[in-house]
Design a protein around this ligand. Structure first.
Ligand code: F6R
Length: 607
């Protein structure tokens, strides 16, 4: 969970950068670094490990200079070494970066061909070289950054410091958050407001595609369409990052919007982007070649397991059983000859899931926890863990934890597929490439909010809503219904679309919206038949699909939510966004307590 700080100041920058980096420690990191301008030249200090190691470097060889950038790095592409620590630099520019550059291999190849020398294994270093190339061609820092950013695919936030430019600091964001801190004769950049909070409380939360050109006491923001724009200035009230809503109305909204970053972080944890392979940590005896797997969780976490059931069977080639923890623990399940068990939980404390984990241990199964809260009970008790790197989730209704769970489970499925020889190396590469595209496509899917807003208005007056999906989108339909009911209090049910005729069709009338989750994949025609059945009975269809699906569906649906076209493997990640937004916006219309819905607790530690 990388952190960014940038300072155009009046006082020595290095101690201030370190102070800000300490505020970002809560995000987790394994190396840190700073770069400052000393008489116009870039100077860097970096260290693997904790910030105290960086401080030792700085006291051994101090840095003067009043402008600088700093970074805490959570290793993704490349080991947590000093060489891979940020800032990355040429003699012209130093950069720090959060997120994933999906097309870095292609960019790096072209840059190497052009004679540029790389020092690290990171995806981030291409940014320094791209910006540098622009500067060498005589571009201004602003032109060089905007030009470089246009070549980057993926989700990112960056800060750039330029040799010979004492009064310029440039930041850009797409997918990962970045804030500008304002002060009278200083300016700051931070990965969140906490980073800049030691220096100012006046912040601007940059929007998707923004480039911010900072001078001392002045800021210019250029939006994704190259227009100079004004963004509102917010007064940050301080406190821990975990309880900061930024310019979002609710934590749930903030957490929905964090998903390009949180999925990116989680995917990067398990993917070697250079080799396009999945890298699982030492799984402490969990044998991925086992003949069967058991996946257990509650609520949303259970639905993540249900999605993974399809993945583990289709990609992993392993027989899977998924169950709700409260059922599993009391039905005395029997296990196959060799099986491993997976427990999915945001909190790592859910009583039923924990009891199920203990049951499996007692019965000799190896246990693997897909868990978000470090050092939680499941984290500690499981034989092995696959952390999800969603960060603290405050909204009671789970959103970013769900997609982080999906990210880890998708990687696990690929790892199982390779371990069991169910997929070729080439297929692994294809799936890894698809997975690395998910954060960007999630960011694109967020763009449908204005369209969903109008539909939510209509849904907010419904008494019941049905959600339908097929295949891997059946659990997404279940999750959509759960999200809607828990925060808007509207009764909602998710069904496998093929089950419609076996009962639920009796519920269809003119008053009941039917939300169909159906990308244009191999099952689309089947879903279309189900939509026709709903349409024939006067049901109001809300179709969530891609461009091809919308074209194929014609005008059968009353509303269509267009979701980015994507590889079917990662579609559950991308399609989570519209169902979350639909629930969220409906609840906002109804005026319910979105972040703390009645009767619900974030962590259910009792049966
Ligand atoms: C729904 C939701 C719950 C949790 C469930 C499990 O939005 O948040 O259904 O998913 O209570 O909690 P964890 O993941 O902490 O085990």
């Amino acid at each position: 969970m990388c952190g960014i700080i940038g300072i155009l100041g009046q006082d020595p920058a290095a101690p201030r950068l370190v102070e800000a980096l300490k505020r970002l420690e809560y995000r987790g990191y394994d190396s840190a670094g700073v770069a400052v301008l000393e008489s116009g030249a870039l100077a860097r200090r970096r260290a693997a490990g904790k910030i105290r190691n960086l401080e030792a470097e700085l006291s051994a060889s101090p840095l003067a200079g009043i402008s600088g950038i700093g970074h805490t790095r959570w290793a993704t592409h490349g080991a947590p070494t000093t060489a891979n620590a940020h800032p990355h630099a040429t003699d012209k520019v130093a950069i720090v970066h959060n997120g994933i550059i999906e097309n870095f291999r292609k960019l790096r190849e072209a840059l190497v061909k052009a004679g540029r020398k790389f020092e690290s294994e990171t995806d981030s270093e291409v940014i320094a070289h791209l910006v540098s190339a622009g500067l060498e061609q005589g571009q201004t820092p602003e032109q060089a950054v905007t030009g470089a950013v246009k070549q980057l695919e993926g989700a990112f936030a960056i800060a750039c410091l330029f040799a010979g430019h004492e009064d310029v600091l440039i930041g850009a964001r797409k997918g990962s958050p970045l804030v500008v801190g304002l002060a009278d004769d200083e300016a700051f950049l931070g990965s969140d407001a906490i980073a800049v909070s030691p220096f100012t409380t006046r912040v601007i939360y940059l929007e998707e595609g923004d480039v911010a050109v900072l001078g001392r006491g002045k800021t210019k923001i250029i939006d994704a369409g190259d227009a100079v724009v004004e963004r509102p200035v917010t007064v940050f009230s301080g406190g821990a990052a975990a309880v900061e809503k930024g310019n979002h109305r609710h934590f749930m909204q903030k957490e929905i919007y964090e998903q390009p970053e949180t999925t990116g972080r989680t995917i990067a944890r398990y993917v070697n982007a250079f080799d396009e392979r999945v890298e699982m940590p030492d799984l402490d005896g969990v044998d991925l070649t086992a003949d069967s797997a058991v996946l257990i969780g509650c609520g949303t976490a259970h639905y993540a397991g249900r999605v993974a059931e399809y993945w583990l069977e289709q990609v992993g080639g392993v027989a899977v059983e998924t169950d709700i923890a409260s059922e599993f623990r009391y039905r005395k399940p029997a296990f196959g000859k060799s099986a491993f068990s997976v427990f999915v939980s945001q909190s790592g404390e859910t009583a039923d899931t924990l009891a199920a984990l203990r049951y499996c241990k007692e019965n000799g199964l190896k246990t693997l926890a897909v868990v978000n809260v470090p050092e939680s009970t499941m984290w500690r008790e499981a034989d092995a863990r696959l952390p999800t790197l969603a960060g603290p989730e405050i909204g009671v209704a789970s959103t970013k934890a769900f997609t982080a769970q999906l990210s880890a489970l998708a990687a696990l499925s690929i790892a199982v597929g390779r371990a069991k020889n169910a997929i070729s190396e080439q297929e692994e590469r294809r799936l890894v490439r698809a997975l690395m595209e998910a954060p960007r496509l999630i960011a694109d899917a967020l763009g449908a909010e204005p369209q969903i807003e109008k539909i939510a208005q209509e849904i907010s007056t419904a008494r019941d809503v049905l959600y339908l999906g097929r295949g891997v989108h059946y659990p997404i339909a279940l999750e959509g219904a759960l999200k809607l009911k828990e925060i808007s209090y509207i009764h909602a049910e998710g069904y496998a679309a093929g089950e419609l005729k076996h009962g639920p069709i009796a519920l269809i009338d003119e008053e009941t919206p039917v939300v169909v989750v159906a990308p244009h994949d191999g099952l689309f025609e089947k879903s279309l038949s189900n939509m026709q059945e709903v349409h024939a009975r006067g049901g109001k269809l809300v179709l969530i699909t891609d461009e091809a699906g919308a074209a194929a569906a014609g005008d059968i649906a009353k509303h269509v939510i267009i979701t980015p076209t994507c590889d079917p493997f990662i579609a559950p990640l991308v399609y989570s966004v519209p169902i979350q937004l639909l629930a969220y916006l409906t609840a906002v219309h109804k005026g319910t307590d979105v972040d703390q819905p009645r009767n619900l607790a974030k962590s259910v530690t009792v049966e």
